[in-house]
Design a protein around this ligand. Sequence first.
Ligand SMILES: Nc1nc2c(ncn2[C@@H]2O[C@H](COP(=O)(O)OP(=O)(O)OP(=O)(O)O)[C@@H](O)[C@H]2O)c(=O)[nH]1
Ligand SMILES: [Mg+2]
Length: 297
Amino acid sequence: MKSGFVAVIGKANAGKSTLVNVLVGEKVAIVSPKPQTTRDAIMGVYNGADSQIVFVDTPGIYRAKNALSSVMEKTAETTARDVDLILFVHDGHAGVSESDISLIKRYMGGDVPVIIAYTKIDIMPRENIPADVKKLYDEGIDLDIFPVSARKGTNLKKLVAAIEERLPEGGKVIEEDIVSDKSERFMISEIMREKVLLKFDEEVPHGIAVIVNEFRKQDNGVYEISLDIVCEKANHKAILIGKGGRAIKEVSSFARQDMEKFLGAKVFLTTYVKVKENWRDRPSLIRDFGYDPKNGR
Ligand SMILES: Nc1nc2c(ncn2[C@@H]2O[C@H](COP(=O)(O)OP(=O)(O)OP(=O)(O)O)[C@@H](O)[C@H]2O)c(=O)[nH]1
Ligand SMILES: [Mg+2]
C-alpha cells in the first residue's frame, strides 16, 4: 500500500482546512472566512482502499505582525520540511498575484515534492483556470495543478489519486483507528474559537485564545465544561460580552450545540471572558496557551 505524510500549506484563508476536512470525511479543523483561523498543525487521516494519507493542516501564511503569527509561520515551515509531499493550496477565486508566485517558489525545488490544489473553483469563472495555470507555468512554476472545489467536492478523487501516486510504498503510519491527533479538549476549545471568529469582526476574534479549565463527564452522561475566552484588551472584553451579556450568551449557545454534536452528549457550558494585555506578543503566554510547536496542544 501507499502511505505517508502530506503537509497542507498555503496563504491564510486559501481553503486548506476545508479541503482537509472534506478529504478525511470529518471536521478535524475549524473553518472561517477570516484569515489565520488555524493556529496549530492538525493531523487528519485518510484511509483509502490501499493507502493511508496523513494530512497535516497548517496555519496559513500571513503577514506576521506579532509573536503568535511568527510561531504559527514556524509551525507551517517545520511541518513542510518533514513530510513526503507538500500539497500547496491556492485560492483560485482570488487570482494569481506576485505574492502567490513567490510563496509557491519558496517550497519548490526543495527535497519535498510539491503539487498544487487550485481550489474554490465553484465560485469563479471556469475560463480563468487555464489562464491562471499558464501564468504560473510562465513564471516557472512547472508543478502539477489540480483545480478542485472542497465545497462542491469537485475533482477530489483525482487529487487523492495524484497524492497516492506520489507517496512511498509502506504500511500504515497511524495504526490506531483515529482521524485526528488532537484531543477532545482541543476540539472543544477550537469550536468556541470558531464561533467567536464567525460572530465578531476585525481584531477581536484574532486576539482571543480559548482555555478549557474543566472538561468532565458526569455520572449522568452530561459533560461539564468550563472555559475562558482570553482577549487582549478591556474594550474587546466589553464587545465579547455585549449589552446585558447578549453577545457571549449567543456565542456560547452556538458553541454548546456544536460541542454536543461533537461529543454526542449533553453539555453544560460555563464561559468566562478574561483579559491578558497583548498576549499575542508575550512568548510566555503564547507557550502557556499551547501554541508552542514543540509542545503542541
Ligand atoms: N466557495 C468555496 N469556498 C471555500 C472553499 N474552500 C474553502 N472555502 C471558504 O474559504 C474560507 C476559508 O476557508 P478555510 O478552510 O478556513 O481556509 P484556511 O486556508 O484553512 O485558512 P487559515 O486557517 O486562516 O489559514 C471559508 O469561508 C471557507 O468556507 C471552496 O472550495 N469553495
Ligand atoms: Mg485553516
